[in-house]
Design a protein around this ligand. Structure first.
Ligand code: C2E
Ligand code: MG
Ligand code: MG
Ligand code: MG
Length: 277
């Protein structure tokens, strides 16, 4: 098996074989060990008002400073966490850390909500959701401080249980945002009867605006739909001034992207947007 043949060599091929042979138990263990050793941390990316660049809210994005592999982006380990079940502990870590950070934001007079990402794997039962509420209570943080970002797939008709859990989150006062909006290939009919406060239009609808006519038409339509439904709309992945100008012209009020700010440690957010005291 891959484990035995790979031992003692360092070639990528063997490393890959080892990786494939890794059981869920081992992957789960690796993430749990990383959590125990404080290898995970949060960066916050500003969502800003397109008119003046002022801060609207922040999104928490998890990173893993791995002792062997170096700094790992979420794409490299969230799927592993989901497969192995460690997403549960990882998700609780993220929520716990944001609860520790919110008082620091408030102390610096930074008022907006903090957005936290959730994958459908985290919505497995009522106990998971109750555990999140318990984390907030433990830190005495009001649910109104949070937006939970989910993807369209969680609102598919066959996900009734998850929809019930989402409704209970909404009733607590936590806002719900649809992340990567437009990429889910799902019907938008859920917007009629589901309490969504924010649509985050995926970067892939923003990348070639305004040069690409077709993409520009799609983006414009998405903005108008959100505005007609009185749902906040955020354009994700905005990198160019020409994109900012276009969004301003079409009254897309909120922007998240490297043009204004990259994800950064909380201290950098406070230094840039907070009030010195
Ligand atoms: P997302 O929720 O859509 O987050 C936005 C991603 O786009 C972030 O990548 C951010 O760094 C990136 N981004 C923002 N503006 C720009 C831009 O102008 N240009 C480019 N090229 N990229 C930009 P990141 O931090 O690598 O996160 C990737 C994804 O991982 C997130 O996408 C989210 O789906 C997931 N993720 C991150 N943190 C968590 C978490 O705590 N829990 C869960 N379940 N998923 C998470
Ligand atoms: Mg997100
Ligand atoms: Mg997104
Ligand atoms: Mg995403």
């Amino acid at each position: 098996n891959a484990k035995n043949t790979g031992r003692g060599t360092t070639s990528f091929f063997n490393a890959e074989l080892r990786e494939q042979a890794s059981s869920h138990v081992e992957l789960h263990h690796a993430i749990m060990l990383g959590l125990k050793n404080d290898e995970f941390f949060i960066e916050y990316q500003p969502v800003v008002n397109s008119k003046d660049g002022s801060l609207h809210s922040v999104e928490a994005l998890v990173r893993w400073q791995h002792p062997q592999h170096g700094l790992m982006p979420p794409k490299a380990f969230i799927p592993i966490a989901e497969k192995s079940g460690a997403i549960r502990e990882l998700g609780n870590f993220v929520l716990n850390q944001t609860c520790l950070d919110i008082p620091k934001f408030r102390k610096a007079k930074i008022k907006g909500r903090v957005a936290v990402n959730f994958s459908s794997h985290q919505f497995y039962d009522r106990m998971a959701v109750d555990a999140w509420f318990a984390i907030l209570e433990k830190h005495d943080i009001k649910p109104e401080n949070f937006t939970f970002e989910i993807t369209e797939s969680m609102l598919l008709p066959d996900r009734e249980r998850q929809r019930d859990l989402l409704l209970s989150i909404h009733h607590k006062g936590i806002h719900l945002a649809i992340d990567d909006f437009g990429t889910g290939y799902s019907s938008t009919s859920y917007l009629q009867h589901f309490p969504v406060s924010m649509l985050k239009i995926d970067k892939s609808f923003v990348d070639r605006v305004p040069e690409d006519k077709h993409q520009t038409a799609l983006l414009t339509a998405l903005i108008h739909m959100a505005r007609a439904l009185e749902i906040d709309v955020v354009a994700e992945g905005v990198e160019q001034i020409t994109q900012v100008e276009f969004l301003n012209k079409h009254c897309a009020d909120l922007i998240q992207g490297f043009y204004f700010a990259r994800p950064m440690p909380i201290a950098a957010i406070i230094e840039r947007y907070g009030e010195q005291n």
